[in-house]
Design a binder for this molecule. Sequence first.
Ligand SMILES: Nc1ncnc2c1ncn2[C@@H]1O[C@H](COP(=O)(O)OP(=O)(O)O)[C@@H](O)[C@H]1O
Ligand SMILES: [Mg+2]
Length: 304
Amino acid sequence: MQETLALPDYLDLSPDLVKRFRTIESRETILRIEHLRKDFVGRNGDGAGMPPVLGDISFEVKRREFICVIGASGCGKSTMLRILGGLEPRTGGDVRMNGHSVSGPGADRGMVFQEYTLFPWLTVKKNVMFGPRMSGHGKDASEAEALQWLDMVGLSERADAYPHQLSGGMKQRVAIARALANYPAILLMDEPFGALDAQTRCQMQRHLLQIWKNVDVTVLFVTHDLDEAILLADRIVVLGARPGRILEIIKVPVDRPRHQGQLLSPHFLAIKKRLEQLIHPDDSEALKDLPLMRMTQVGDEAED
Ligand SMILES: Nc1ncnc2c1ncn2[C@@H]1O[C@H](COP(=O)(O)OP(=O)(O)O)[C@@H](O)[C@H]1O
Ligand SMILES: [Mg+2]
């Protein structure tokens, strides 16, 4: 697979970033996706003969790497994440987690979805205790574990609240704590901030970067928001649709620590432009074909 930086000639990578990419490359691979394919064929054969939802997807994720997967709506991002999580069977290829072929859900993969998935009848603390309890830890040990993770996401004071008493951003922080309480090797996140307002979303991005820095975890994060992908990722896997396939894997040349102040930096904008070209290649052509309906008089046009 072609890996690019897609930087104009006049932009250079900082020495820190060159070093960081070398360090990442030297780490072990924890997730290996090989020729992954997914066809959806219904019981009565619908979908047969259609292009696969995921064609032939191969890439690797290194330990402690932050990978974002972007692509237009419907290109198979959620399907891919559900397959990696073991929630959906694949039709072809292989998914290997630390060398073992994935055949179902496992504690080594923590999932966070866009929809709020906390158990509404349990308190925040009990939601986070759920994983440790299921894996056989005693009540006191699970409670201590839960409180530690709630502290990590800055919510220890809300331990006894119920999910409906929390804001959307807080619910997602609890969902992250709940996933981390199982000590996953990788967090699989499917547009986790997609339902939040813009300001909360920015806060959550900063928060996630801090958690990722403090915890030894790898992240695979699906989003359709270009700024979000550039702000978070070491590498961005760009998917195209029908069949879902990798268009390009891009190393993000923006220094860490990242912050929203970098959104207008030349490196950020160069990558954003490249992503736009890949994801919306012929938008302006399609827009030209929209029907024209005049409600103004000739000479009043908003633009020529
Ligand atoms: N259970 C299913 N049965 C049939 N088709 C599905 C199913 N789930 C998803 N699809 C189809 O797979 C494609 C990719 O969906 P999805 O993975 O949700 O895309 P994305 O998350 O990128 O928006 C869509 O065309 C969707 O209609
Ligand atoms: Mg989706």
